[in-house]
Design a protein around this ligand. Structure first.
Ligand code: MTE
Ligand code: MO
Length: 199
């Protein structure tokens, strides 16, 4: 039987190449919010996708929970350099929300109930790689981590995963969100170390 320590395998990146350059593995789950945690009751929760034509598609909590959900286990990477491997979530794929919506939009602005914004190419929310997540580690998502529901876009730096997400605005061109206006990279690929503008 071969017993191989992670340290031996790890080399520069550690963990069999699963930790992007410049990242370390966090044992806890740090909380990073630009402001106070909004308390969002599921009774008045509503998720809206508005198109470039001004059409609004809305789901209340019950309608959202009636959609098929998935249990992704994913690695997450924060621009402040912590990563967590194999985090367990439950949520509805963004493909499910976007599937019935007619749009020629190329980009999306995600808005949180706290006023936070972050921009993404619309395709980054498609193809089974983004979720509206409402459970973490088998429990309802804690308010500090974006509960009752947040975006989960684990292939980009974690600031793109808007907590307390309220609305997606589909756009015909790119526009910077909160951190992107303040010097963070427009796209944010952790494997390319796209932390700041110009990276
Ligand atoms: N609505 C909202 N979403 C947000 C933020 C925020 O301040 N408001 N912070 C972002 C940043 S910078 C990071 S790193 C992650 C942190 O998520 P966590 O607090 O669950 O670790 O949420 C992102 N999503
Ligand atoms: Mo962050």
């Amino acid at each position: 039987m071969a017993i191989v320590s992670k340290g031996f395998h790890g080399k520069r990146r550690g963990n069999d190449g699963r930790t992007p350059p410049g990242q370390y593995l966090a044992t806890d789950f740090p909380v990073l919010s630009a402001g106070p945690t909004p308390r969002v009751d599921t009774d008045r929760w509503e998720f809206t996708v508005s198109t470039e034509m001004g059409e609004k598609h809305r789901w209340n909590w019950q309608q959202m929970r009636a959609l098929p959900d998935e249990k992704p286990t994913v690695d997450i990477h924060c621009v402040t350099k912590w990563s967590k491997l194999d985090t367990r979530w439950r949520g509805v794929s963004l493909d499910t929300f976007l599937g019935g919506i007619e749009t020629s939009a190329t980009h999306v602005m995600a808005h949180g109930f706290d006023g936070y914004t972050t921009n993404l190419p619309l395709n980054e929310l498609r193809g089974g790689k983004a979720w509206l997540a409402f459970e973490y580690d088998g429990k309802p998502l804690h308010p500090e981590h974006g509960g009752p529901a947040r975006l989960l876009v684990p292939h980009l730096y974690f600031w793109k995963s808007a907590k307390w997400v309220q609305k997606l605005t589909l756009m015909m061109r790119d526009e910077p969100g909160f951190w992107e206006r303040n010097g963070y990279h427009d796209y944010g690929d952790p494997w390319q170390e796209q932390r700041y503008q110009g990276d």
